[in-house]
Design a binder for this molecule. Sequence first.
Ligand SMILES: NC(=O)c1ccc[n+]([C@@H]2O[C@H](COP(=O)([O-])OP(=O)(O)OC[C@H]3O[C@@H](n4cnc5c(N)ncnc54)[C@H](OP(=O)(O)O)[C@@H]3O)[C@@H](O)[C@H]2O)c1
Length: 126
Amino acid sequence: MNIGIIGAGLIGKTLAKKLSDSGHTVSLADAKGVSEILDIANDAGAKAVDVGDVFRDLEALILAIPLLRIPELAQTLKGKLDDNVVVVETTNYWPHRDGRIEEIENGTVNSVWVQQQLGRTVVKSL
Ligand SMILES: NC(=O)c1ccc[n+]([C@@H]2O[C@H](COP(=O)([O-])OP(=O)(O)OC[C@H]3O[C@@H](n4cnc5c(N)ncnc54)[C@H](OP(=O)(O)O)[C@@H]3O)[C@@H](O)[C@H]2O)c1
């Protein structure tokens, strides 16, 4: 499969390596930009791309960024992702690290909140 991953931190780079080792074609993008993640992508057997370019020819997109950064990414994603691309999100709600999200504090499920931000169905990865 052609898989894009946004976020080249602990989770993103680990998934990039595992998926690449399994024979998938992986593009890896991060807010830091291509030059900062070249070594990480090379180590993982993935291609480093800009966030704006990760959406091309994808079958699945994995979001491996902090939960609180999802709304900003939702703006970047707007209109760029085909409806048939499966979106997988890895986020966990960690208010002491990432800040409070009132809707989740009031009972909205983490991944439901992500769906609301993105305006599309997501697969929750635990
Ligand atoms: N670590 C774990 O054991 C673990 C386990 C399960 C789930 N999770 C969840 O998985 C997600 C990723 O965790 P992690 O530990 O890999 O985090 P991390 O090491 O902090 O990496 C996140 C990466 O995403 C980048 N990023 C942030 N906002 C972005 C955006 N809008 N567009 C593109 N890139 C962006 C960050 O770049 P900058 O640093 O430049 O902002 C950073 O390189 C989190 O939601 C976390 O809660 C983590």
